[in-house]
Design a protein around this ligand. Structure first.
Ligand code: PEP
Ligand code: MG
Length: 576
């Protein structure tokens, strides 16, 4: 009897493969003292670990293909430099000598000393180095323990039949793993709306999250079936189950193949109403797929992925090049570049407090950009310059109200003035839109819509903040209800307001790509859906089965419902 590990479905599809159980991101550090005659060999052991860590990183750097973002390369180079820094390498040697302590303990003391020094500095840049020190220390500690560093970058092999089982994966770790043909992810923490899950979906890798204790239950090399649709994994399945799942896997591939015929089809309901399908993107690959599957443009390009895995933000030129390349990929279609939305589960040391008690309620999205206007203007200039090459919209995340929008627009004007003064070509009047994902902004919809050129409803966060449910916390996942009438009333009010004021409105949260909600969103009057490109064809198919006009007749009953279950009942009775 196969053991079932249940969690939450995060990225659909079935993955079958052998488990690779990743060590936790944390390091356990043994502490013991040495006899005087052991000191010399302990120092040698430490130095050998540093050499091994360096060799490992050099191999990683050499293996990076040309498609790997330059920030990953820089991140590795920084760490290589640190592995040559006396503060990190010679102090532990001194500790081993002076205190006769083991290498791991000495390393820990050196790290603490460095952290204390960073704390004194107050300078955002140096404080941000803390994370790098920590990661380099972990790498040396892993080498001391004779185990490979957690990031599987170092291995040569493809990961085709491998299921990664981890406590957590940072958004920045996923693409490098997925590139190597991974079968699936099983992650102990997070929820379907956490950014790692969104990324797994965008990479098309089956993923189950919130699987508590997975690393205890699964042994290295065990066969796993991951059902990313229903949210569980089976350990050591019997032959019959395996056959059944392989058939299902086959069936899914066949269906995906079949759906391809809709790539060139118009997005239209059964009663002939046109719907505009936009795509959400995190990387260049998404743009091509989006256009191939018939998206009218990109409704949300999450630029923060350019900022991850590095301790310093990318400069204007680097961003300009990256955005310009994306714009050129669009072949005349609109690209909506969302400004930096770092914070919450996408952490980056940019001067935020690493111990922020409530990151989701903290310095996130536009707040961070407004607090660090130089950082923001750098991105704005890059966007305005890239806009010369095609059709670009700018989208502001996490607006809390009209003041955020007005201040952000002022900074856009300042960025334009700087470019003008520098004589650099840029696009005047790039449309500036705002994400409506904070309940206050939804409630203030008329004022927001007036200030902005377009709005996009971010339901992932709008649900989280309206219902006070952490979108990544498995323990409260059952209260994360997209059908909650309070959420629906906010969505509906934003759609109605924007339409009445003649401004474009789209919805770019995960709801847009989940066909369980297509009828509902049509009923609320939505006409612009923005979703990950892999979901476009299914949405087209779902639309072709629905009649828009009768659905509009359900709107009042939906909005008057008392509970999510009542909403579901209204839809069920209508046969959708
Ligand atoms: C959202 O909140 O719905 C959204 C699209 O933005 P993100 O998921 O990047 O927070
Ligand atoms: Mg959001």
């Amino acid at each position: 009897m196969a053991l079932i590990l249940s969690g939450q479905a995060a990225s659909r599809g079935i993955g079958i493969g052998r488990a690779r159980v990743l060590e936790s991101g944390g390091v356990e550090i043994p502490e013991y003292t040495l006899d005087p005659d052991q000191i010399g060999s302990e120092i040698d052991r430490f130095r050998a670990a540093v050499v091994a860590a360096r060799a490992e990183l050099t191999m990683v750097a050499d293996r990076l293909g040309p498609q790997v973002a330059s920030e990953v390369r820089e991140f590795i180079e920084t760490h290589l430099l640190m592995l040559e820094d006396d503060a990190l390498i010679e102090s532990p040697v001194e500790f081993i000598r002076a205190r006769a302590c083991n290498a791991e303990w000495a390393l820990k003391q050196a790290r603490e000393q460095l952290f204390a020094a960073f704390e004194q500095m107050q300078d955002a840049y140096f404080r941000s180095r803390r994370d790098d020190v920590d990661q380099v220390v972990k790498r040396i500690a892993a080498a001391l323990a004779n185990r490979p560093a957690r990031a599987l970058f170092v291995e040569e092999d493809a990961l085709d039949d491998t299921v990664i089982v981890a406590d957590d994966l940072e958004p920045a770790e996923l693409p490098a793993l997925a590139e190597r043909g991974l079968a699936a992810f099983v992650i102990e923490t997070g929820g379907p709306l956490s950014h790692s899950s969104i990324l797994a979906r965008s990479l098309g890798v089956p993923c189950v999250v919130g699987v508590r204790g997975a690393r205890q239950m699964v042994h290295e090399g065990q066969l796993l079936i991951v059902d990313g649709e229903r949210g569980f994994a089976l350990i050591d399945p019997d032959g019959e189950r395996l056959t059944r799942y392989r058939e299902r896997q086959h069936e899914q591939k066949r269906r995906a193949q079949q759906l391809l015929r809709l790539a060139g089809a118009a997005a239209r309901t059964a009663d002939g109403e046109s719907v505009r399908i936009w795509a959400n993107a995190e990387q260049l690959k998404d743009l091509d797929l989006a256009l191939r599957h018939g998206a009218v443009g990109i409704g949300l390009f999450r630029t923060e992925f350019l900022y991850l895995h590095r301790s310093e933000p990318p400069g204007e030129e680097e961003q300009y090049q990256a955005y310009a390349e994306a714009v050129r990929h669009m072949d005349g279609h609109t690209l909506t570049l969302r400004t930096l939305d770092i914070g919450a589960d996408k952490q980056l040391a940019l001067g935020q407090d690493p111990d922020e008690p409530n990151p989701a309620l903290g310095l996130r999205g536009i707040r961070l950009s407004l607090k660090f206007p130089d950082l923001f203007r750098t991105q704005l200039r890059a966007i305005l310059r890239a806009a010369v090459h095609g059709q670009v919209n700018m989208l502001l995340p996490m607006l809390g109200g009209p003041e955020d929008a007005l201040r952000a627009r002022e900074l856009v004007r300042e960025a334009a003035a700087e470019l003008r003064a520098a004589g650099l070509p840029f696009q005047e009047n790039v449309p500036v839109g705002g994400m409506i994902e904070v309940p206050a902004a939804a409630i203030a919809a008329p004022h927001m819509v007036e200030i902005l050129d377009f709005v996009s409803i971010g339901t992932n966060d709008l649900i989280q903040y309206t219902l006070a449910i952490d979108r990544g916390n498995q323990a409260v996942a059952r209260w994360y209800q997209p059908l909650h009438p309070a959420v629906l009333r906010l969505i509906s009010a934003v759609i109605d307001t924007a339409q009445a004021m003649g401004k474009p409105v789209s919805l770019c949260g995960e709801m847009a790509g989940d066909t369980r909600y297509t009828a509902l969103l049509l009923a609320l009057g939505l006409s612009d859906f923005s979703l990950h490109p892999r979901a476009i064809l299914e949405l087209k198919e779902a639309l072709s089965r629905l009649q828009r006009k009768p659905l509009l007749g359900l709107k009042r009953r939906i909005l008057e419902a008392a509970t999510a279950a009542d909403v579901a009942e209204v839809l069920k009775q209508a046969g959708v």
